[in-house]
Design a protein around this ligand. Structure first.
Ligand code: FEO
Length: 394
């Protein structure tokens, strides 16, 4: 991939990872990119690096813009190794004495990742760095999504280098929002739901802070996916809406099944929810990846979880999903549990415990049916669906 001049003397120098399909548990069906940026001025600055596997091809790309030895300063916005993995090798090429600017936590975390002696220079919130014609400013964005995360702002060009925030796991030939259009939004939504949802309150505070500072943003350059130049306000607004987590008129029936009984219950519940006017969807956990289910959770008002009882516990896929869901802490949901069982029937109780822990509003004690649902059992599924729909009345 060739470098790309995105503003005068500002270059995208990233790597496209076409083949990655699992990004630590997140399904990346369309790959991803690792974006890094080079700014040429009196001082030449590199913002972020790429995953280690792409180091050689990335260096070739940088060489098309400048002799890497002429890079004066490196900025590390985030320690996670998809952005810092090439750092020690880069420093070996450009000179290990050159400074690496990062947040205070970045300095601690980079030192814990790489034993090679990096010349780490922690920066403060709002600190400015003069390159000659241009000025860089740093914004601490702690826990968005690691303790070390920060943004770098290029004042004269009004470009925000936003690290993971506003990114998408998408590999394509497009580099900008205007080249792909609306098709990028589902990727941005999935990325938010699976990476940033837990930190939604901090996203809202950050947007408030940026608004208060009157920061003018002409372009947002995240470390993954396309850059937002046509309408950076669009992704900021989407982040505000997703962070608010207003419950939608949508109900998900998330389940797994052994001998189709829990599935039959799920389908009957979906039918009842739909009859009540909700956008209702069954989501079978052995068919749909947990990260895709999570994307749908983002704007759903009700989450019903179904599991058979296996060995006195939850079905493993359901336990996996609940563990993932709990970690991301979705807010403002109505919840309910259901499932078929043979003799002990603990699954409904265990699901309810998890829903309570997540502070879901539980509107029914839960429905369990022994072995196979009969017409009376199916009627009970309808009643449960209706009850949830009525609790979610708009
Ligand atoms: Fe893309 Fe948190 O790394």
């Amino acid at each position: 991939m060739k470098p790309l001049e995105i503003a005068k003397n500002v270059y995208w120098v990233g790597a496209i990872d076409w083949n990655i399909r699992d990004f630590h548990g997140y399904s990346t069906y369309q790959g991803t990119t690792y974006n890094a940026f080079l700014i040429k001025d009196q001082k030449t600055v590199l913002i972020d690096t790429v995953k280690r596997d792409f180091f050689s091809e990335w260096m070739e790309q940088i060489r098309e813009v400048i002799d890497p030895k002429k890079i004066d300063w490196v900025i590390s916005n985030h320690t996670e190794m998809d952005h810092s993995g090439s750092l020690p090798w880069l420093m070996h090429v450009i000179g290990s004495e050159k400074p690496v600017y990062c947040s205070k936590m970045g300095a601690q975390n980079l030192a814990r990742h790489f034993s090679a002696g990096l010349n780490l220079r922690p920066v403060n919130e709002g600190e400015e760095m003069k390159l000659e014609q241009r000025t860089l400013t740093f914004l601490e964005t702690r826990m968005l999504h690691w303790p070390d995360s920060m943004f770098t702002y290029l004042k004269e060009d009004q470009i925000l280098f936003s690290s993971d925030a506003f990114g998408q796991h998408y590999a394509g030939m497009e580099r900008f929002d205007d080249q792909i259009g609306e098709a990028i939004m589902p990727h941005a939504k999935k990325y938010f739901a699976n990476i940033l949802l837990l930190y939604a309150p901090l996203v809202l505070k950050l947007v408030e802070k940026v608004t208060r500072m009157g920061l003018k943003i002409r372009m947002i350059c995240p470390d993954h996916g396309i850059m937002w130049r046509k309408d950076p306000g669009k992704i900021i607004q989407a982040y505000v809406e997703w962070s608010q987590q207003k419950p939608g008129k949508k109900a998900l029936v998330i389940y797994d099944s052994m001998w189709h009984s829990t599935q039959t219950m799920a389908e009957a519940i979906v039918e009842a929810l739909a009859q009540e006017g909700l956008d209702a969807r069954p989501m079978h956990l052995r068919t749909i990846h947990r990260s895709d289910v999570m994307t749908e959770v983002l704007d759903a008002g009700a989450i019903l979880v179904g599991s058979p009882t296996l060995n006195n516990g939850l079905f493993p896929n359901v336990a996996d999903f609940l563990c993932y869901l709990k970690g991301l802490k979705p807010q403002n949901k109505i919840g309910a549990a259901f499932g078929s069982y043979g003799w002990s029937g603990e699954a409904v109780k265990l699901i309810n415990q998890d829903l309570e822990e997540m502070k879901f509003r539980i509107v029914d004690p839960g429905l369990k049916i022994q072995y196979v649902p009969d017409p009376k059992g199916l009627e009970a599924c309808h009643v449960l669906g209706k009850k949830v729909a009525q609790a979610l009345a708009f």
